[in-house]
Design a binder for this molecule. Structure first.
Ligand code: CU
Length: 142
C-alpha cells in the first residue's frame, strides 16, 4: 500500500476528531501539575493594614466568588478542597501575583499589596479559569 493511500483515511479520522472537539477546544484540557512544597508565612498579617481572607478552591470554583477589603495588604489563605492541583492568581497591573501550586487537601498562602479597584482572581492552571475558576476582589478606598 502506498503512503498516499494510507494518509487519506488518517486525515479523514483526524478531521472527524477535530470536528467532535471543535466546540470545546478551549475546554480541551484541565491540567493537573504537581503541587509545590508549601511553607507557612514568615510575617504577621495584622489589621487594619493587612487582612486575612480565607479562600476555598475546588474543581473548578473559587469561594467566595466576591471578596471585599479596605486593607492595603491581603493574605489569601487558600485551601484546596478539590481533586486537582490549584493556584490563585491576582491580576494586578501588568504583573500577576501567583500563589504556589496547592495540592488537594493542602493550604497555601498568597500575600499581595493591593490598591483600590476591582481586581480579578483566577486559577492560572491551564483549563481551570475557563471552567469557571475565577473570582473578584474589591478593594475599597481608605
Ligand atoms: Cu485550578
Amino acid at each position: 500500500m502506498s503512503v498516499r493511500r494510507t494518509a487519506i483515511p488518517l486525515l479523514v479520522v483526524a478531521s472527524f476528531l477535530l470536528a467532535a472537539c471543535g466546540e470545546g477546544l478551549a475546554y480541551a484540557v484541565a491540567e493537573n501539575p504537581p503541587p509545590d512544597l508549601l511553607t507557612a508565612p514568615t510575617t504577621d498579617c495584622v489589621a487594619p493594614s493587612c487582612q486575612v481572607i480565607d479562600v476555598t478552591m475546588s474543581d473548578f470554583k473559587i469561594v467566595p466568588s466576591t471578596m471585599t477589603t479596605s486593607a492595603s495588604r491581603v493574605r489569601f489563605r487558600i485551601t484546596n478542597e478539590g481533586t486537582f492541583t490549584h493556584s490563585l492568581e491576582l491580576a494586578l497591573d501588568r504583573d500577576p501575583l501567583t500563589s504556589p501550586n496547592i495540592g488537594p487537601g493542602q493550604t497555601g498562602h498568597l500575600d499581595v499589596d493591593v490598591r483600590p479597584g476591582t481586581h480579578t482572581l483566577t486559577c492560572p492552571i491551564v483549563g481551570h479559569a475557563v471552567r469557571g475558576q475565577r473570582a473578584t476582589l474589591e478593594v475599597t478606598g481608605r
